[in-house]
Design a protein around this ligand. Structure first.
Ligand code: 6R9
Length: 666
C-alpha cells in the first residue's frame, strides 16, 4: 500500500528514535552530565533553576524539609512573578511579541508586545486595587482564551493576590463552589466568547454562580470580548458588575510597583478533581513554582526567546498556567494563543496558524493527536510549517498516535517529548531532556533532573527498580514545583498525597513519599510508561474528572435512586464516563426523559465537557457484602472485558445481568 511507509514498518522493529542532529546541536541542554550533577548535589542543584529568575532578595536556604510534607523552597528569598515575566524583558525586547492572539475569525488578530503587556498588566493591577483587591486576597477568574486571561493573572501576581482561574467550560455551580472554597470577594469574568463561531453569553454563568454561592462577592470585573458590551449581554443595576474597560480608562497610564513576595507566598490556586466530590484547591508557591516552570520550559521545551512557541492548551488548566503563561513569559519568548476550536472555521486551522507565524515549538495532547489523525493528513499537508520540537501532555500516547504525530506533524525531523506531570506537581516530572535521550513511543521517558520517581506495591513497599512490572507511581524526594498544600485544608493534603506511602509519624523527610495516584511500569531501560489513574479519577480528553463529582451531579436528579460512574476506553478521548443508574420506584418519566435530566445535571454541576457518553438503566448495582459499589466491575463491563472476581459480591448475578444487558447483542 502506498501509505505503508518504511516508518510504519519501523514501528514494530524500532523502539527508540534518536533526536535529530540539528536539534542536538542547538539545544539548551546538551551536556549529559546534568543528571549526575542533580543527583550528586540534591537539593542545591535546583539553585540553577532559581538563578534563571530575578530576585529582590536572595534565598537563605534551598530546601527547608524540617516539617514534612510542608516543604519550603528558597526560603528567605523574595521576588515578583509579574516582574519576572514582563518588566525584566523590557530593556532587551519591549517591542517583541509576548503573545500573538487570533480570535474565532482568523482575520481578527492581535500582537501584544512585552511593552503592551506591561501597560495592560499595570492598568489592570491598578484597577484590581481600585475595586479593593489587597495582597493575599484570592481573586477567582472565569476567563476563556482571551488576552484578558494572562493579563489578569499577571496583574494579580503583580499585587500579590493569588489568582484562582476556573476553566471557562466549567458551569455556574462549579464556579460557585470554587468562589466559596477560595472565599473570593472579587471575581473576574467576561461578557462572552466564541465557540464554533457562535457567541456564547458567558456572563450568564457568573450571574447564576453569584446566586448559588454562599460567599458575598463584592465586585465582578467584566471584560468585554469586543470594544463594548455585547448586545446580547446586559448588566442589571443591582449587580456587582464593573466593566473592566471603565476601570482601565481611569488607569490607562498607571504604574504599579511589583510587590515583593516571599518565595513561599502563594502565587495561585488551581482546583482539580480528586477522589471525593469536592475539588481540591492546589496551592502553588511563588519562588519554587516559578523557578521550576521556567527551567523546565528552557530545558524540556527547549524554548529560546527568539522562538515562536505554541502550547495549544487552554490556560484554564495547569498546562496553560505553567507552559503558556509563567514559564514561556519568564524566558521572554513569543507565544501563540487562539480562541475557539481546532476545527473552526476548518480542520486545517492549527496548521494554518503554524504556517502564518512560523511556529517552532508545538505542544498538544494525545487526544488532539488522535483527532488530527482521524481527520487525516491532507489537512496538514496543505500548509507549510516546520516544527523543531513537539511535546505531548495529559495522557499516555499510544505508539500509533505517536508515530503519526512524528511523521505527519513533525515530518520525521522534529524531536518529541512526552511529559508526565500533574496539577499538583506544577511542572514536568517524568520526561526526557530532548537532546540527551532517545524518544520511545508510548513511554513518558526518564525522570527530569533531580526528580526521584519510584514504584511501590499495594502493601506500600518499594518495588525492585526497572522490574518491568506495574506499580503505584510515587515521588520520593520533594521538588520546587510541588504544591504547597490543599487550600485551607492541610489535613486533606496529607491524606490525599502522603498518607498511603509515608510514615506520617516521622519528621524525617526521607520517610515521606508523594503518591501520584497513577499506575506505571518501570521498564528495564529505566523509562517509565505511565498507565493512568489508579484512583476514582478519570481522564476525559486530557481533563481530569472525579467519579464522585460525576456521581453526586447525577444524584441531584430526583428520579435517580442510585448511580455509579465507570470510565470506558475511547478511541479519541482516551476515556469517557458511562453512568449506570437505578431509577427510583414509582417514577413515571420515560428513560429518555431521565437520561436527559442526568445529562443536564452533569452539564449544570460540572460543565458540558463532562457529559456522560452512555446512560445505562439497571435493576441493581454490583455491591460487596458491606454495600460498597464495585465500580471496577462496571468498568470491565463498559470496556467489554472479563468480569473478573465476583466472589465478594452480595449478589454475583448482578454484574452478569448488566453485562448481558449491555453486550447482549454483541
Ligand atoms: C499536566 C496534567 C494529571 C493526570 C496524571 C496522569 C495523566 C498527564 C501524562 C499522563 C500519561 C502523560 N497524565 N500527563 N498520563 N502520560 N504524559 O495533565 O495535569 O490535569 O492534573 O492531570 O493526567 O493520569 O495523574 P492534570
Amino acid at each position: 500500500m502506498s501509505d505503508e511507509s518504511p516508518l510504519e514498518s519501523r514501528l514494530t522493529e524500532q523502539e527508540y528514535f534518536r533526536p535529530p542532529t540539528d536539534f542536538v546541536g542547538q539545544a539548551n541542554v546538551s551536556d549529559p552530565d546534568i543528571y549526575d550533577r542533580f543527583d550528586a548535589n540534591y537539593p542545591e542543584a535546583f539553585e540553577e533553576y532559581a538563578e534563571l529568575l530575578d530576585w529582590d532578595e536572595h534565598w537563605d536556604e534551598v530546601l527547608d524539609d524540617s516539617n514534612p510534607p510542608f516543604y519550603e523552597w528558597f526560603t528567605g528569598g523574595q521576588l515578583n512573578a509579574s516582574y519576572n515575566c514582563i518588566d525584566r524583558h523590557l530593556d532587551e525586547r519591549k517591542n517583541q511579541a509576548a503573545f500573538i492572539w487570533e480570535g474565532t475569525d482568523s482575520d481578527e488578530r492581535q500582537t501584544i508586545t512585552y511593552q503592551d503587556l506591561y501597560n495592560r498588566v499595570n492598568a489592570t493591577a491598578a484597577s484590581l486595587r481600585d475595586v479593593g483587591v489587597e495582597e493575599d486576597d484570592v481573586v477567582t477568574c472565569h476567563l476563556p482564551m482571551l488576552p484578558a486571561l494572562p493579563v489578569t493573572m499577571l496583574a494579580c501576581a503583580r499585587i500579590g493576590a493569588p489568582h484562582s482561574e476556573v476553566f471557562a467550560g466549567f458551569s455556574a455551580q462549579a464556579l460557585a463552589d470554587r468562589i466559596d472554597d477560595a472565599d473570593s470577594d472579587v471575581v473576574v469574568t467576561c461578557d462572552g466568547y466564541y465557540r464554533r463561531g457562535d457567541f456564547l453569553n458567558h456572563k450568564e454563568k457568573c450571574d447564576e454562580a453569584l446566586e448559588l454561592a454562599d460567599s458575598d462577592v463584592d465586585t465582578v470585573v467584566l471584560w468585554t470580548r469586543h470594544d463594548e458590551l455585547h448586545e446580547d449581554v446586559e448588566i442589571d443595576g443591582d449587580d456587582p458588575y464593573v466593566l473592566a474597560d471603565d476601570l482601565l480608562a481611569e488607569n490607562e497610564r498607571a504604574r504599579v510597583d511589583p510587590v515583593s513576595r516571599d518565595a513561599e507566598d502563594p502565587l495561585f490556586l488551581m482546583y482539580t478533581s480528586g477522589t471525593t466530590g469536592q475539588p481540591k484547591g492546589c496551592q502553588h508557591r511563588t519562588g519554587g513554582y516559578l523557578s521550576y516552570v521556567t527551567a523546565t520550559s528552557k530545558y524540556v521545551l527547549d524554548i529560546e526567546p527568539e522562538d515562536t512557541y505554541w502550547c495549544a492548551a487552554d490556560i484554564g488548566w495547569i498546562t496553560g498556567h505553567s507552559y503558556i503563561v509563567y514559564g514561556p513569559l519568564a524566558l521572554g519568548t513569543t507565544s501563540v494563543m487562539y480562541e475557539d476550536t481546532p476545527d473552526h472555521p476548518h480542520k486545517g486551522r492549527i496548521w494554518e496558524i503554524a504556517e502564518r507565524y512560523d511556529v517552532d515549538i508545538f505542544h498538544t495532547s494525545p487526544t488532539a493527536v488522535r483527532m488530527f489523525m482521524k481527520w487525516g493528513a491532507d489537512y496538514v499537508d496543505e500548509y507549510d510549517f516546520d516544527f523543531r520540537h513537539m511535546t505531548t501532555v495529559g495522557e499516555p500516547i499510544q505508539p500509533e498516535a505517536w508515530l503519526w504525530y512524528y511523521k505527519h506533524i513533525g515530518d520525521e525531523d522534529a524531536v518529541i517529548v512526552d511529559t508526565w506531570w500533574q496539577t499538583e506537581t506544577g511542572g514536568h516530572l517524568i520526561t526526557n531532556l530532548p537532546a540527551l535521550k532517545d524518544m520511545k513511543p508510548g513511554s513518558a521517558g526518564l525522570p527530569a533532573p533531580g526528580i526521584q520517581p519510584a514504584l511501590y506495591d499495594d502493601s506500600g513497599e518499594p518495588m525492585e527498580e526497572a522490574s518491568g512490572k506495574a506499580g503505584n507511581l510515587v515521588i520520593e524526594k520533594p521538588w520546587p514545583g510541588m504544591l504547597q498544600t490543599v487550600y485551607g485544608n492541610d489535613e486533606r493534603f496529607v491524606d490525599e498525597y502522603w498518607r498511603d506511602f509515608s510514615d506520617t509519624d516521622s519528621d524525617d523527610s526521607e520517610d515521606w513519599v508523594y503518591k501520584a495516584g497513577d499506575g506505571a511500569v518501570h521498564e528495564d531501560d529505566g523509562y517509565f510508561r505511565v498507565l493512568g489513574r489508579l484512583d476514582d479519577v478519570m481522564n476525559v480528553a486530557g481533563h481530569r474528572l472525579g467519579t464522585m463529582e460525576l456521581e453526586s451531579a447525577v444524584s441531584e436528579v430526583q428520579d435517580v435512586a442510585e448511580a455509579a460512574v465507570a470510565a470506558r476506553d475511547h478511541d479519541e478521548k482516551g476515556e469517557v464516563p458511562d453512568v449506570y443508574v437505578v431509577v427510583r420506584e414509582g417514577v413515571d418519566a420515560s428513560q429518555e426523559e431521565v437520561r436527559d435530566r442526568i445529562i443536564g445535571a452533569v452539564e449544570e454541576e460540572i460543565g458540558k465537557f463532562a457529559r456522560p457518553d452512555r446512560v445505562v438503566f439497571v435493576e441493581d448495582l454490583p455491591k460487596t457484602r458491606s454495600g460498597k459499589i464495585m465500580r471496577r466491575l462496571l468498568e470491565n463491563i463498559s470496556n467489554g472485558d472479563e468480569l473478573g472476581n465476583t466472589t465478594t459480591l452480595r449478589d454475583p448475578s448482578v454484574p452478569e445481568e448488566i453485562r448481558d444487558q449491555v453486550h447482549g447483542d454483541d
